[in-house]
Design a protein around this ligand. Structure first.
Ligand SMILES: [Zn+2]
Length: 264
């Protein structure tokens, strides 16, 4: 009797879990999830319609402060997942030139023009997946800044850090962490200096900042591992380092998640 009861109790749970499509990536703050659904599938995440691309692909990002649970609806199936919390560091950065922390009125015009260019480059571009299953580090060096850190620049609290920093000698190679197409190449932006933005497809983009040299052009197709530039300290920087930021439709993603988790 007990055994029958046990089987009835366990079986429907297992059955349900098996029929829900496999989801890749990290259910965590700053995380990204991907999957491959049947053609014509409908997807809703937290009651919002999410685009299903060719071959049933989808991608979704959890921001820096996502709530604890996420509800995923695929056609008529519903499942709830837990989004794990992260602890964020406080980064105190001193010695930045004053004009880079408290810009003048003239500088504000340049900042707005830069930000508009970056905003445009962040918009969804290629609707095919260009990114590889796993990302690789774009440069060798010391991790000097982490995703999501609360930043205090010259004693002034500023926006959380939307990426990671890799400190290395000026001129150290910067390579493409994943395949994609170059969407923006700009010299001397106010904050990010010599800047490259790469489109990995499906709305996922990488930004590389403070570069010394740039070896790619807008529109160029770049493969994972290909040299795109070198480390510098252009823009707002206290020393030579690469800032690598990743966004999905303007939601900032933790690049370290893409190094650790396989995406479908
Ligand atoms: Zn940075």
């Amino acid at each position: 009797m007990f055994l029958i009861f046990f089987i009835i109790l366990i079986f429907p749970v297992n059955f349900k879990a098996e029929t829900f499509p496999k989801i890749f990536g990290c259910f965590c703050e700053g995380g990204v999830i991907t999957g491959n659904l049947e053609n014509g599938s409908k997807l809703k995440i937290d009651n919002k319609q999410v685009e299903v691309f060719e071959k049933g692909r989808f991608i979704y990002a959890f921001g820096r402060k996502y709530k604890e649970n996420v509800k995923i609806e695929i056609n008529d199936k519903v499942k709830k997942f837990t989004v794990s919390k992260k602890k964020y560091k406080i980064e105190n950065i001193k010695g930045l030139p004053r004009k880079k922390v408290e810009p003048s009125k003239e500088d504000l015009n340049k900042i707005i023009s830069d930000q508009n260019k970056i905003k445009k480059a962040k918009l969804i571009g290629y609707k095919t997946r260009l990114f590889n299953e796993k990302f690789i580090l774009p440069s060798k060096g010391r991790m000097s800044g982490f995703y999501g850190s609360q930043r205090i620049l010259n004693s002034k609290p500023r926006r959380p850090h939307a990426g990671i920093d890799i400190a290395a000698k000026e001129g150290t190679s910067v390579i493409a962490p994943s395949s994609g197409i170059i969407k923006l190449v700009e010299e001397d932006m106010f904050f990010t200096g010599n800047t490259v933005i790469m489109d990995h497809g499906l709305g996922l983009i990488s930004i590389f900042a403070h570069l010394k040299e740039v070896f790619v052009e807008k529109g160029e197709k770049v493969l994972q591992g290909q040299k795109i530039g070198s480390i510098g300290m252009t823009g707002r920087a206290t020393g030579p380092h690469l800032h690598w930021g990743v966004y999905l439709n303007n939601t900032s993603v933790d690049p370290e998640v893409l190094l650790k988790y396989e995406l479908n």
